[in-house]
Design a protein around this ligand. Structure first.
Ligand code: HEC
Ligand code: HEC
Ligand code: HEC
Ligand code: HEC
Length: 477
């Protein structure tokens, strides 16, 4: 009996203090705890982080620093990355160590508990903003895969790879002297990355940092590209899936064609507009092309970003800034419903073997420079290599799969090749193929054959081209 009373008394006591606590929480929601956290975070930052990092002052050369400056640490990183970094879940950023002039190995970074890291990240977000870093003008909700590919080109062309690492085919490539960028899409905020790109030396002056003379669109491409790196299944914008295309009108598109295209391509798409005479290569003869069968991304890209974007001549201008989205959709509807390639194309995708006249095949292709001509395929004809080549040939090569023109069977009779003069190479014809060296093929695939339908496949890696050649050789066996 006594025991029970005692217990009851205690229970009452507990429930009383619990309701008191609830009452206080109601009065000061969250603040009590947040205040404790912020104070703890401040102590960690001032007491520990600041022994290596600076949190105030003017930007300085890295050679005067122990660790990267964090005055802008509250706007530079995506919060989830920062927390992962502080809890020791990320790889070192600097493969050689931050101060490569002092040591060649990254030190293990200080590690915080999850709670501490969250608190420090919150504290940084609150205290280390940078007035120079504003809402950026780049809208990535309409960033296309083609734009990312432009960004990748800039990345190579501007030697970014010389100092930063990215991952290609599962391997880290590039110089190890500065921060790795293979995960940059999960690390930086778009706002910071944009401001940084305008002038990197505003953040890290005089330390071998590189200034690229990028224009407005160039900045969009490179920054957008960096925001895709490391992001699983990045969701690119696909214009041809928008409402504009659902309500496209071929009739209106005909008017757009008349305004912008007939000057070169001619009123009936015969390639005989008044602007065509001085052009080399000549404007495509749409009337002979099966534009209804072109993949949607290809057709959109060649018009929006110009001939160069798909490895064709820059005589074909880029119309993206000129033609508004609805007009573009209408125009493409017009092209698809008007130009279906005529009889020649109708017969093309047939599984017929090459006609006798197609072999040996007339061939006027320019000779590759001698440094290419003699090159031998460095890869062995293993079944794995040939299989990789097959996948590229039949499906994966960008801007267009080879089979679209050269045919699934390699006989030169793909649907998109039918309207072309000269004809796509017939790879099944050993009389012609026997005279074409590996190096010649390599050069043509990389650079295209000027003035013909054969475009440059600049985006293919050397190894991929060699694998394609292994596969192509199989057709004439
Ligand atoms: C002993 C020195 C040291 C201490 C203490 C230290 N850091 Fe670092 N920190 C570094 C170095 C060096 C790097 C360069 C990155 C690497 O190791 O690859 C770095 C990198 C970073 C980065 C990434 C910088 C970049 O280039 O983007 C962040 C963010 C960071 N530290 C935050 C902190 C915070 C917050 C604390 C305190 C909790 C802290 N660090 C404590 C030395 C230190
Ligand atoms: C000559 C070497 C060099 C080249 C080339 C170079 N960078 Fe850098 N980059 C640096 C240095 C140095 C820093 C400052 C960070 C550090 O201390 O290493 C830096 C910093 C960066 C950062 C910020 C990293 C961070 O976490 O603070 C990004 C992003 C970046 N570079 C992108 C690029 C891009 C894009 C290109 C090509 C247009 C490029 N870099 C070319 C040396 C280079
Ligand atoms: C200044 C002249 C010029 C104008 C204007 C022009 N084009 Fe072209 N276009 C060309 C040339 C030249 C080529 C051939 C490029 C090549 O073969 O490398 C071409 C090729 C093409 C191709 C075929 C690409 C391929 O895969 O072979 C399409 C489709 C095309 N143009 C659509 C258009 C549309 C749509 C317009 C109007 C919005 C337009 N062009 C306006 C010059 C022009
Ligand atoms: C848009 C149509 C088209 C596509 C797509 C295309 N080709 Fe071609 N290809 C041609 C045409 C047309 C020729 C003939 C060029 C000539 O006569 O100079 C050709 C020629 C070639 C040749 C012969 C070069 C020579 O010296 O005779 C090779 C090799 C070749 N293509 C490989 C490829 C590969 C590999 C791909 C895919 C990565 C591909 N082509 C995609 C149209 C195309």
């Amino acid at each position: 009996m006594k025991v029970r009373i005692f217990l009851r008394g205690r229970r009452r006591c507990i429930s009383l203090s619990a309701s008191l606590l609830l009452f206080f929480l109601f009065l000061f929601p969250g603040h009590l705890f947040a205040a404790v956290e912020a104070q703890q975070a401040e102590e960690i930052v001032n007491g520990q982080c600041s022994t290596c990092h600076r949190f105030s002052g003017e930007p300085k050369s890295k050679f005067e620093l122990k660790a990267p400056d964090l005055m802008w640490g509250g706007v530079k990183y995506q919060r989830s990355w920062l927390v992962r970094w502080l809890t020791g879940k990320e790889e070192p950023l600097y493969p050689n160590g931050y101060r490569w002039d002092v040591s060649r190995h990254p030190d293990r970074h200080m590690v915080l508990s999850q709670e501490e890291a969250e608190a420090v990240a919150g504290y940084m977000e609150e205290h280390f903003q940078d007035p120079r870093v504003k809402k950026n003008p780049i809208d990535l909700s309409n960033f296309t895969e083609r734009e990312a590919a432009f960004g990748a080109e800039i990345y190579k062309q501007y030697s970014c790879q010389g100092c930063h690492q990215i991952v290609e085919d599962g391997k880290k490539v590039g110089g190890p002297i500065s921060a790795n960028l293979y995960d940059s899409g999960n690390r930086y905020t778009l706002d910071w990355l944009y401001r940084f790109a305008l002038n990197p030396q505003d953040f890290t002056p005089h330390s071998g940092e590189y200034l690229a003379d990028l224009s407005g669109l160039g900045v969009r491409y490179i920054v957008g590209y960096l925001m895709t790196l490391g992001v699983k299944d990045y969701k690119y914008f696909e214009p041809w899936k928008t409402e504009h295309f659902q309500k496209a009108d071929a009739g209106r598109g005909g008017q757009v064609y008349k305004k912008y295209c007939t000057q070169c391509h001619g009123p009936k798409g015969e390639g005989d507009g008044p602007g065509a005479s001085g052009l080399n290569p000549k404007p495509a003869v749409h009337a002979k092309m099966a534009l209804d069968q072109f993949p949607e991304d290809y057709l959109y890209n060649v018009i929006y970003y110009g001939g160069k974007s798909v490895g064709k001549s820059s005589m074909m201008p880029d119309w993206g800034l000129t033609i508004p989205p609805q007009d573009m959709a209408d125009l493409i509807a017009y092209l698809r419903s008007t130009f279906k390639g005529g009889e020649e194309v109708a017969a093309a995708p047939g599984k017929k073997a090459a006609a006798p006249g197609d072999c040996p095949q007339p061939r006027k292709t320019k000779k590759a420079p001698s440094m290419f001509l003699g090159k031998k395929n460095p890869l062995k004809a293993t079944s794995a290599n040939i299989k990789d080549g097959e996948l590229l040939f039949q499906k994966k090569a960008k801007p267009l799969a080879c089979a679209q023109c050269h045919g699934k069977q390699g006989n030169g009779k793909g649907a998109l090749g039918a309207g072309l003069t000269p004809k796509p190479r017939n790879f099944t014809c050993s009389a012609t193929m026997g005279k074409i060296s590996d190096g010649q093929m390599f050069w043509v695939i990389k650079n295209g054959s000027d003035g013909t339908g054969m475009m440059a496949f600049k985006g293919l890696k050397d190894k991929e081209v060699w694998k394609l050649i292994l596969y192509i050789r199989e057709f004439a066996k």
